[in-house]
Structure formats: structure tokens, C-alpha cells
Design a protein around this ligand. Structure first.
Ligand code: GMT
Length: 376
């Protein structure tokens, strides 16, 4: 059964936007008709697909509005697309405001379109603590036909914080294994001035406080005293200036490469030996999955969905948040024992293909859509 599916997400850089866009692309490859309803073109929507459409939400900036009414404009656009395109499913990523807008859009269109909401993390782990939003989040969840969370940890947290009267399905994230794969490293190492004997540590994030990039620097600082290494910092965000100062203060400027935001992160994983994801909040940790698909083991924190991706002592290590000495000693163990390293790298590929294969995950979404339609 080929479906007409609307997708709404935050289209800018971020794991949820990536997952929503990649899902749309893979569903299109399976013959479904996909309609992105977003404020701008999702940044990963780079290829030409004849069955993917983009509907841009235009916000009115009339001077009387103290705040431009984006949510109303989105609901309006959703209603228009639901009606005109006769959507079967509207799949929104993030409860706030997207699920609420979808419910409103459906009512405006007087349609029976199925609403699927995917929770990605901060809508629960940050906004869930804001009493001015809890009732709206609960409403968005309860009024959706089906709600998925990207990890068991996030589903549990949603029940604890929001207590919706709704069963949540867990559908893990995935990556496109045609993009993230273990391929021989390019000349990039040389271009970045990385010597043959140096180990490469990578951290990729939006440099928000929750990512604890200061810990990444601390771990690297101690590690670098014991093995020749370089740290690749990929991304940008509010913590960046503090991080630059810390790197300077520690005198490791020549060892740390600030690469900023990058489009083709996959090229950086293949020249890396170890990823550090030391966040204090992380519903899943898509970057860990990307690194693992490239055969790069990770050290992550015992938080949120990270342990559902990184299996302690199997394909990487899990440490308590802020436990720098344990992180350093585990990184050292892994980077100095080539037999252990090869076993972990192979286990990474196995985990990605067995638990997070894109075809398996996309099928879970397709089955869920079909169940929604059957119960209409
Ligand atoms: O990590 C972020 O700050 C970005 C955020 C987003 O909205 O894209 O990521 C969240 O969704 C990703 C995709 O499901 C998850 O991999 C991230 O773990 C999650 N971030 C947090 O929970 C902090």
C-alpha cells in the first residue's frame, strides 16, 4: 500500500531534523509520496526525488503581532496540504509545537488523517520541566493517533514527567548506511596535518551546555599526555567560546582542530579512532550511531538513550557523567590494545546492522502508519 505522508520537523541542523528527512527520503525510495511541511527546506533534502514535495510555511510579520504566529501558520499550511494532497498520515517530529499544530490542522481540514508524533528528547527532557508547557505536551501526545519515542529511556522519562494516558512505541533512530560506512581513510588526515602515529578523537555536537564539551576537552587533555593524538571538534554553538578559552588555557591549541559545522561528517568519522559523547542529557545520540556505522567505537555517558546504542565493554564504553578519570583510562585501554580495538570496531558495525538498520527501522514506521490507517 503506497501512502501519502506529510512530515513536519525542525529543518535546520540537528538529529531530529536529520532523522525526519532521512526517513522521508527512504519512504520515498519505497514508493510513498512524501510532503515536507516545514519553515525551510530540510538541509539533508539534497537529492532530486520526483515523489518528495516541499511546502514552505510562510509567517506573517504584521507589526501588530508581538510574536509572529508561526504555529498558526504551520497549522494552516498543514490543513491546506492535508486537504489538497489527501494525506493518509501526518508524521510530526517534536510534540511542541508540531503535534499541537497537526491536531489543529487536521480539525481545520475536517479530515481523518492519521497523526503520528515522534518525541526526540528536548521536547520532554527540557520542556517537560516547564509547567507552562506540560499540559500542551500531554495534549499533543494524547491527541496523536500514535506516539513514538527514539529510545526506551525517553519513553520512560515521558511517562515520569508528563504522565500521558497513551502507550508510547519505541522506534530507535537509524542512519543511511550507504553514507556512513567503513571505507579506507582519505587524504584528509594529511590535509589536516595529522601524523601517521597520531590517534584521532572526534566530538560532534551543537555545543550546548548539555553536551559537556568541557569534559571532552578534559579527557582529551589527559589522554594526549599519554598518547600522541589530535581532537576534532565538529559543530558550533553557545559553549564554543568557553571551549576555545579552555583549550588555550591548557596549552593544547596545536592538538585541537576546530572544524565548525560540516556537511559531510562521514568523511571525518573515517579518519577518526574514537568518538566522545559525554552529554548529561541525550535521548539517543545519533552521532554515536553515525560513528559506529563508520567502525569508530565511542565512549558515552550513562544517560538517556546512550546505553541503548553504546554497549558497555562490547562496542564501546559507558561512564558516569563527569567521571573524567574513568573516561581517560577507558580511552587509553582501547587505543593502546589493537586486538581489543578491532573487536570493538567490528562489534560497532554488527550493532548498527543488527539493531539500527535503516530498512528495519523504516519498516517499523511503515507498519505503524498502516495500523493507524486500519484503525481509522
Ligand atoms: O542534541 C540536540 O541538542 C539536538 C536534538 C534535536 O532536536 O535534533 O537531538 C535530539 O534528537 C536526536 C534525534 O532523535 C537524538 O539523537 C538526540 O539525542 C536528542 N538530543 C537530546 O536529547 C539532547
Amino acid at each position: 500500500m503506497k501512502l501519502k505522508i506529510g512530515i513536519t520537523c525542525y529543518p535546520t541542523v540537528g538529529g531530529s531534523g536529520i532523522v525526519a528527512t532521512e526517513l522521508g527520503k527512504l519512504l520515498a525510495e519505497k514508493g510513498h509520496e512524501i510532503h515536507f511541511i516545514t519553515s525551510s527546506m530540510p538541509f539533508r533534502l539534497n537529492n532530486m526525488y520526483s515523489n518528495i514535495y516541499f511546502h514552505q510555511v510562510e509567517v506573517n510579520h504584521y507589526s501588530v503581532f508581538q510574536y509572529p504566529p508561526y504555529d498558526i501558520a504551520l497549522a494552516n499550511k498543514m490543513a491546506e496540504v492535508i486537504k489538497r494532497e489527501k494525506l493518509d498520515i501526518l508524521h510530526v517530529h517534536y510534540a511542541i509545537p508540531h503535534a499541537i499544530c497537526a491536531i489543529l490542522g487536521k480539525q481545520m481540514a475536517k479530515s481523518s488523517v492519521g497523526i503520528v508524533t515522534t518525541l526526540h528528547g528536548t521536547d520532554i527532557t527540557v520542556l517537560g520541566f516547564d509547567p507552562s508547557l506540560t499540559d500542551s505536551i500531554r495534549f499533543g501526545i494524547e491527541q496523536s493517533d500514535r506516539v513514538t519515542a527514539v529510545s526506551h529511556a525517553l519513553a520512560e522519562q515521558t511517562h515520569d514527567l508528563i504522565a500521558p494516558e497513551k502507550k508510547l512505541d519505541v522506534i530507535h533512530n537509524f542512519i543511511d548506511e550507504r553514507v556512513y560506512k567503513k571505507i579506507p581513510s582519505s587524504s584528509l588526515r594529511e590535509e589536516y596535518g595529522i601524523k601517521e602515529n597520531e590517534k584521532v578523537i572526534i566530538h560532534v555536537s551543537n555545543f550546548r551546555a548539555v553536551k559537556r564539551v568541557q569534559d571532552v576537552i578534559d579527557v582529551f587533555y589527559h589522554l594526549n599526555q599519554q598518547i600522541d593524538s589530535k581532537l576534532l571538534l565538529v559543530g558550533d554553538g553557545p559553549e564554543m567560546s568557553g571551549i576555545c578559552k579552555k583549550v588555550q588555557k591548557l596549552g593544547i591549541e596545536s592538538r585541537v582542530l576546530f572544524l565548525g559545522k560540516k556537511d559531510k561528517v562521514e568523511e571525518l568519522y573515517v579518519i577518526s579512532d574514537l568518538m566522545l559523547l559525554l552529554s548529561e542529557k541525550e535521548s539517543f545520540g545519533l552521532v554515536a550511531l553515525e560513528a559506529m556505522a563508520s567502525g569508530v567505537p565511542c565512549i558515552g555517558t550513562n544517560i538517556g538513550g546512550i546505553p541503548e546504542v553504546i554497549k558497555d565493554h562490547v562496542n564501546g564504553y559507558i561512564c558516569e557523567v563527569g567521571d573524567i578519570s574513568s573516561m581517560v583510562s577507558k580511552a587509553l585501554t582501547l587505543l593502546t590494545d589493537s586486538g581489543l580495538y578491532s573487536r570493538f570496531a567490528a562489534a560497532c558495525l554488527e550493532t548498527v546492522s543488527e539493531n539500527f538498520h535503516s530498512q528495519k527501522i523504516v519498516k517499523q514506521y511503515e507498519d505503524l502508519y498502516k495500523e493507524v490507517i486500519e484503525h481509522k
